[in-house]
Design a protein. Structure first.
Length: 163
């Protein structure tokens, strides 16, 4: 009769794994709007493994620089995508840091923010078939997170999202 009590006592006293807290985005090395060097500034590690996904976000025919440090990506494929605006002739002599998208995948949207900059949706993988859709809009010189929606992927590949 003592063994079941001993096992119950051990089980009650053992620590269970605490729930994970909210994720915290690493702090960018510079402020939005400041002159920056793609691949060095934004959200990067001290020893980055760089990839680029440059896109024309304002429809002017020239590409905005989007750089990711793959060494900071999570095991689920989530990464921090740093956006830099190219120098404008006669206005600035440097690339300006415009913010960081948090996502495993990025989707340009049909809507636009200030300066005709395309809104962008990021897909952040949570766990299992769950993900977080985050929408970014260009305002006041940089991309800001303006909406977030938790979703799950159904077996037929549809997304079902909480309202």
């Amino acid at each position: 009769m003592r063994w079941p009590l001993a096992l119950l006592f051990v089980a009650a006293c053992s620590k269970s794994k605490p729930p994970e807290g909210p994720r915290v985005m690493p702090t960018p090395t510079i402020q939005v709007g400041a002159c920056g060097e793609p691949g060095k500034d934004g959200v990067t590690s001290s020893n980055p493994t760089l990839d680029r996904a440059d896109r024309d976000l304002d429809g002017d025919g020239s590409l905005e620089t989007i750089v990711v440090d793959r060494s900071m990506c999570t095991s689920e494929g989530n990464c921090y995508w740093n956006v830099f605006l190219p120098p404008k002739a006669g206005v600035s002599e440097c690339s300006r840091y415009a913010g960081t998208f948090e996502a495993a995948a990025l989707e340009p949207l049909a809507t636009q923010g200030e300066d005709r900059m395309t809104d962008v949706r990021g897909y952040w993988n949570l766990h299992g078939d769950r993900l977080l859709l985050q929408s970014y809009r260009f305002m006041r010189g940089g991309y800001l997170l303006v909406d977030a929606l938790q979703c799950r992927r159904e077996s037929d590949d549809r997304l079902v999202c909480a309202e």
